[in-house]
Design a protein around this ligand. Structure first.
Ligand SMILES: Cc1cc2nc3c(=O)[nH]c(=O)nc-3n(C[C@H](O)[C@H](O)[C@H](O)COP(=O)(O)O)c2cc1C
Length: 485
């Protein structure tokens, strides 16, 4: 078979492929494999596929169609979404039996795994009767492990839902345990995982659980609930009740919805990129090593996602990405003027490496080398573009994102920048010379997001700057979706 080189695809197709791969959490190569497989099976087209497992789609039975005419997982796809439902050992396990019905109502095929503890609360017979499938309970089951059944359960699905997610299961997932069927599946999967925690309020509030929740979120796992209310224990109330089955089914449905190929359509995005040049005299200037590649890549990804993009760039040697309005500037003051002129915007991303200082009194003529030795260069502070825009009143874009390029104490400095500047997110990257980020094509970033009085940190792996841009745009699109719904 001929080799397919993604690099050789045209830019628009590559951008769309990158967007789609990021949305599905796959590499571009894996995404191409899925597309080809689907094409061979003539299942569905480019924009809507989810990973398919072998086997026919289950026909909904007569009892599986909701009287409320719920929207199906599968309304726009001829194949059925497949969900592996892991039930942990908590009182709420009985509600997970109702969840099977709610997921099936929406057209999903559900395979249930019960932990050993869960079987004290519900039986495999109940789970298989409701799911119309065999229920799985044992990692060392010769019937399903002859072909590594736990790997099938981990991968041969579109989504894994854990409900109830006990404190114990969450601790094990956060720490990568795999000593039973549930945890082995969760460690072996490359699918999106949705947890519905349920536990006593003191267990939920315990510092160990808080640490595990932070870790799970950093690992890209999504949580629904827990809710506040009465607990099963007498006279106990607080946060720890499992989300209702309909809420969990809705969260699963949202995660399974095919990503829109143009999620930023109708949005205006303002991006700054590159260095600034601060003049000393008409021929000399102070500059920095920023190449502008990351900002330009974000502009290209935002345009590919359908946004109207205004890119304000310091002096760089890069071509304007297709579909982007480019304004070229020199100094920090020019950049601020151009930014203010480009407002309003829905999203502002400040990726430029703006000089903190400029020369206080720029020479009108070339400064001559004289006998008096080097001229003293008095510096003065430049305007802070990020803080200025983040602290605007009515004109403040609803989402303001800054960049923190640091050479030491990366996360601590990024956190303090987030607080100081008044922006919503910070993309922090280590720009010490050893990493080769300045001018290079790859980047390792941490995304700090502020919500109420907490700051979440997502640490992304080393990626190309194009992939960082695509992932950031996908993350922005998700954020907008959450705020809209
Ligand atoms: C009656 C009873 C109810 C329990 N309810 C919960 C619960 O709601 N949430 C929880 O995290 N643990 C609960 N536990 C403790 C778990 O069952 C225990 O931590 C078990 O090891 C969890 O195993 P699993 O995570 O593999 O399912 C309960 C235990 C008992 C005996």
């Amino acid at each position: 078979m001929a080799n397919l080189t993604i690099r050789k695809l045209d830019d628009a197709l590559k951008a769309e492929l990158r967007q789609r791969a990021a949305g599905n959490g796959r590499s571009m190569e894996d995404e191409v494999r899925v597309i080809l497989r689907d094409a061979v099976h003539q299942r569905h087209g480019f924009a809507t596929s989810l990973p398919q497992a072998g086997g026919a789609a289950a026909e909904p039975g007569p009892g599986d169609v909701s009287p409320e005419n719920q929207t199906a997982f599968v309304s726009d796809r001829p194949s059925t979404a497949r969900i592996t439902l892991i039930v942990g050992g908590g009182i709420a396990a009985y509600k997970a039996m109702d969840l099977i019905r709610r997921l099936k109502e929406r057209g999903a095929e559900v395979r249930v795994v019960l932990t050993k503890a869960a079987q004290h609360f519900v039986t495999p017979l109940t789970a298989s009767a409701l799911s119309h499938q065999r229920c799985y309970t044992d990692l060392f089951d010769p019937q399903s492990e002859f072909d590594a059944g736990h790997i099938r359960l981990a991968r041969d699905c579109d989504l894994i839902v854990v409900a109830p997610a006990t404190a114990d299961l969450m601790a094990k997932i956060a720490n990568g345990h795999a000593d039973d069927l549930a945890t082995a599946i969760l460690l072996a999967t490359n699918r999106q995982v949705l947890l519905a925690p349920a536990m006593n309020p003191l267990m939920w509030a315990n510092a160990a659980t808080r640490r595990n929740v932070d870790q799970l979120k950093r690992d890209g796992i999504v949580l629904v609930g827990p809710n506040a209310g009465e607990m099963a224990e007498r006279n106990e109330a607080g946060t720890g009740r499992m989300a209702e089955p309909v809420e969990i089914a809705a969260a699963a449905q949202a995660l399974l919805a095919p990503p829109s190929p143009r999620p930023l359509l109708g949005r205006r995005v303002l991006i700054t990129a590159g260095p600034t040049h601060e003049p000393i005299d008409p021929v000399r200037y102070i500059a920095n090593r920023s190449s502008g590649k990351q900002g330009y890549a974000i502009a290209a990804a935002a345009a590919a996602a359908g946004a109207e993009v205004v890119l304000i760039s310091g002096p760089v040697d890069l071509r304007a990405p297709d579909g982007v309005t480019l304004t070229r500037v020199e100094s920090a003051r020019d950049m601020l003027d151009a930014v203010e002129a480009a407002l309003p915007a829905d999203i502002a991303i400040f990726a430029a490496a703006v000089a903190d200082w400029r020369v206080a009194s720029e020479g009108g003529q070339k400064i001559k080398k004289g006998e008096g030795g080097p001229p003293p260069l008095q510096l003065t502070e430049n305007p802070d573009i990020l803080a200025t825009v983040a602290k605007l009143g009515d004109d403040r874009p609803p989402l303001v994102i800054g960049f923190a390029a640091e050479t030491e104490n990366l996360l601590a400095n990024a956190r303090s920048k987030l607080a100081r500047k008044g922006c919503d997110w910070i993309v922090a990257n280590d720009v010490s010379a050893a990493g080769g980020v300045m001018g290079g094509d790859r980047n390792t970033v941490h995304l700090l997001t502020k919500s109420a009085d907490t700051v979440d940190v997502e640490s992304w792996p080393l990626m190309t700057k194009d992939d960082v841009a695509t992932a950031l745009v996908a993350r922005i699109a998700r954020e907008l979706e959450v705020h809209q719904s």
